[in-house]
Design a protein. Structure first.
Ligand code: GDP
Ligand code: GDP
Length: 457
C-alpha cells in the first residue's frame, strides 16, 4: 500500500500545476480549458525517491446548480477520506480568502494529517501571504512554487515520515499468516466526526504492551480466540474502547511472539518511532519495577519533539506493595527526567488485571482534548500583558525586548506566535517562563507547547 496524498484548496491556488509537476505527465487539466468536466483525478507521483499516489481536487469551476461552496466541500471531503495525508494549498500572492478558512475547518475536523503549503511563493511579493497562512491554525506553511519547482525539498521532508510509514505498512501486512482482524485502510471510512482517536502504545519490550492491548480488546469483546491480539500482522487496530473509537498503532509488542527477543529489542525503537508519527496521543508504557530506562526516556522525548500528546502509564501495578511511596518517587523521577513533558498525566495500571484501564482511557481523552485546545487571541493578549508586567523581558544592550501581540497559530499541539522586537535576543529562560505560564493559565498540562517569536517586519 502506498501513501495517498490529496491536494486540496480553493480554485486557482495552483493545485493542478503542482499535480502536474509531481506526476510528470499532463494528466490533470489546467485552467486554459474552462468548462471541461473535472473531478477527482489520480496519478502516480514522484518526488525524489518517494513514490506515492496523488489526488487532485481541481474540479470546482464547473457550472452546476449547486453552490460552489457546496461542491467544494463535497469534493474535498471525498478526497480527504481517500487520503492518508492532505496537502492544503493557499495562494501566497492573493493572501487568504474566506474559502481558505472553510477548507481549514473541514481539514481540521476531518483529516488526520495536514501539510499546509503557501504556493506562488517565488519572490518577495509572497512574504506577507506566507505569514498570513499561519492564521489558519494548521502549523507552519511550507513555502512553495509549483510553477517554478521551488520548495520541493521541504515538501519532500514533510511527506517523508508518512511515506516511510506507508511503506512499512506494505512490508508488515504482506505476509499475512493469521487472520487479520483489521487490515488498516481496508475498513470502510468512518464519517468525519467519528474519526478514531489515534493512539500509539510504546515502551520497552516486556513492559506489557501486548497484554494491555489485548485486555482493552478483550473487555470489549471485539475479538475471539485464544491468541487474538498477539498473532496479527496488521500495523494498527481499530477498536471501540468504552464507546470511543480509537485506532491503536502497532509497536513491537503487538507483533508475533515467535520473533526472537533480540530482534524485538532492536526493532522496538524504530517501530516506536513510526507509531509515534501516526499517533495523536502516545501512551508511554513503563514497567513499575524498572521505570524510566534510557529507552523509555528516548521515546517519550521523541513523542514530545514530534508534538504528540503524551500519557505515561505505569504498568504491573498489581506487583507493587508500597504503592503511595512508589507513586511519589515515580512522579519525582518523571518531573526530573522529562521536564519537557511537565504535567503529563501519570496513570498506574495493571494490564493483567485490568485495573486502572478506565483511568487510562480518561487520561487519553483528556490529553487529546488539551492537545486540541484553542485559546482566543483576546484572552492570550490579556494574559501576555499580565505576564510582561509581572516579569518584563530583559533589555540586552539597554534596549528592552518588546512583546507586542500574540496569537495561537495552531493546535495539535498548541502553537503560539508572539510578535516582538529582537526575537533573536530573547533568552531561552524567558521562553520557558511564557510556556510554563501558558500551561498553567490555560490548563494545558502534558501537551507539547510550541512558542515562536517573530519580529514584525
Ligand atoms: P487550481 O485551480 O488550484 O488547480 O490552479 P491551477 O494549477 O490551475 O493554477 C492556477 C493559476 O496559477 C495558473 O495560471 C497557474 O499557472 C498559476 N500558478 C500555479 N502555480 C504557480 C506558482 O507557483 N507561481 C505562480 N506565479 N503562478 C502559479
Ligand atoms: P510487551 O513486550 O511490551 O508486549 O510485553 P508483554 O505484554 O508481552 O508482557 C511481558 C510480560 O509481562 C508478560 O509475561 C506479561 O504476562 C507480563 N505482564 C504484562 N502486564 C502485566 C501486569 O499488569 N501485571 C503483571 N504482574 N504482569 C504483567
Amino acid at each position: 500500500m502506498t501513501l495517498t496524498l490529496a491536494i486540496v484548496g480553493r480554485p486557482n491556488v495552483g493545485k493542478s500545476t503542482l499535480f502536474n509537476r509531481l506526476v510528470g505527465k499532463r494528466l490533470a487539466l489546467v485552467d486554459d480549458q474552462p468548462g471541461v468536466t473535472r473531478d477527482l483525478r489520480e496519478g502516480e507521483a514522484r518526488l525524489g525517491d518517494l513514490r506515492f499516489t496523488v489526488i487532485d481536487t481541481a474540479g470546482l469551476e464547473e457550472a452546476t446548480d449547486e453552490s460552489l461552496e457546496g461542491r467544494m466541500r463535497k469534493l474535498t471531503e471525498r478526497a480527504v477520506d481517500m487520503a492518508d495525508v492532505c496537502l492544503f494549498i493557499v495562494d501566497a500572492r492573493t493572501g487568504l480568502a474566506p474559502a481558505d478558512r472553510v477548507f481549514a475547518e473541514i481539514l481540521r475536523r476531518r483529516a488526520s494529517h495536514v501539510i499546509l503549503a503557501a504556493n506562488k511563493a517565488e519572490g518577495a511579493a509572497a512574504d506577507a501571504g506566507v505569514i498570513e497562512a499561519w492564521e489558519l491554525g494548521l502549523g507552519e506553511p511550507l513555502r512553495i512554487s509549483a510553477e517554478h519547482g521551488e520548495g520541493m525539498t521541504d515538501l519532500y521532508a514533510a511527506l517523508m515520515p508518512f511515506a516511510d510509514a506507508a511503506e512499512a505498512k506494505t512490508a508488515e501486512t504482506a505476509p499475512v499468516t493469521d487472520v487479520a482482524v483489521d487490515e488498516d485502510g481496508e475498513a470502510p471510512a468512518l464519517p468525519g466526526n467519528d474519526k478514531p482517536l489515534q493512539v500509539a502504545v510504546v515502551g520497552r519490550p516486556n513492559a506489557g504492551k501486548s497484554t494491555l492491548i489485548n485486555k482493552i480488546l478483550g473487555e470489549d469483546r471485539l475479538l475471539t480466540g485464544p491468541e487474538a491480539g498477539i498473532t496479527r500482522d496488521a500495523i494498527s487496530l481499530q477498536i471501540d474502547w468504552a464507546g470511543t473509537p480509537m485506532r491503536i498503532f502497532d509497536t513491537a509488542g503487538m507483533r508475533k511472539k515467535a520473533k526472537v527477543q533480540e530482534k524485538l529489542e532492536k526493532m522496538s525503537v524504530s517501530d516506536g518511532l513510526r507509531a509515534v508519527k501516526f499517533a495523536e496521543v502516545v501512551v508511554v508504557l513503563l514497567d513499575a519495577a524498572i521505570p524510566f530506562e534510557q529507552q523509555d526516556l528516548r521515546i517519550a522525548d521523541l513523542a514530545e519533539r514530534e508534538g504528540r500528546a503524551v500519557v505515561v502509564a505505569i504498568n504491573k501495578w498489581d506487583l507493587e506493595d508500597e504503592k503511595s511511596v512508589k507513586l511519589k518517587a515515580l512522579r519525582e523521577a518523571f518531573e526530573h527526567l522529562l521536564p519537557q513533558l511537565r504535567g503529563a498525566p501519570l496513570v498506574t495500571v495493571s494490564a493483567k488485571t485490568g485495573r486502572g484501564l478506565d483511568r487510562l482511557q480518561a487520561a487519553i481523552l483528556k490529553a487529546h482534548d488539551v492537545w486540541n485546545r484553542r485559546v482566543s487571541t483576546a484572552r492570550l493578549n490579556r494574559w501576555l500583558t499580565g505576564m510582561v508586567e509581572a516579569h518584563p523581558p530583559p533589555a540586552p544592550q539597554g534596549k528592552r525586548i518588546k512583546l507586542r501581540y500574540m496569537t495561537q497559530a495552531k493546535t495539535r499541539p498548541p502553537g503560539f506566535v508572539v510578535m516582538c522586537s529582537h526575537p533573536e535576543k530573547m533568552p531561552e529562560s524567558y521562553n520557558r517562563y511564557l510556556v510554563n505560564g501558558l500551561r498553567e493559565a490555560f490548563d494545558m498540562p502534558g501537551t507539547p507547547i510550541r512558542l515562536t517569536l517573530r519580529s514584525q517586519s
